[in-house]
Design a protein. Structure first.
Length: 169
């Protein structure tokens, strides 16, 4: 398949690998040869800053380089932690809708996050998520009932019985 960019436009693109920061996850949109990427947003820059800081602090404590830390599963977890600091959507979603079972070597786990969709209104759920985001050393912004309402309107709770039927086939 040929791209949509002209040869001159393609020469202006930079490969993602040559970016200024090699995070475990992309912190800005990259391009194929079909379009020019949008510039990095302020929220993407905030995620990148959190990843850099957490990676540097943790790598120093472990006595390894930041690059070596980011090559580990803990480095990926740090990136997700940074994303959840800036973007509360995942935490709102899992608190609102629950989580599906984790299956390891064909065996589903015994515990999972239950949905609080029916038990808590938007204000109450915002308080719970805000507490998580501002406790135990977390310094993320509080979540508003409006943010919860938007996620509630666009999502559905996990249906465990459907997941079990799919797994059994």
């Amino acid at each position: 398949m040929t791209g949509f960019l002209t040869p001159k436009e393609k020469r202006k693109l930079k490969p993602a690998e040559t970016g200024s920061f090699a995070a475990p996850i992309p912190t800005q949109v990259v391009s194929s040869d079909e379009y020019f990427p949008e510039p990095q947003t302020s929220m993407q820059r905030a995620v990148e800053a959190h990843i850099r800081q957490f990676g540097a602090d943790t790598a120093a404590k472990l006595g390894i380089s930041r690059r070596a830390f980011f090559a580990t599963a803990a480095g990926m977890a740090a990136a997700f932690l940074a994303m959840n600091k800036v973007y509360p959507i995942s935490l709102i979603n899992i608190t609102l809708n629950g989580s599906s079972p984790v299956v390891v070597q064909g065996t589903p786990d015994a515990y999972r996050m239950i949905p609080f969709r029916e038990e808590l209104n938007d204000g109450q759920l915002a308080e719970v998520v805000s507490f998580i985001r501002t406790s135990w050393g977390n310094k993320a912004a509080a979540v508003s009932p409006r943010q919860v309402g938007k996620i509630r309107d666009k999502t559905d709770p996990v249906r465990y019985y459907e997941l079990d039927l799919l797994r059994m086939r």
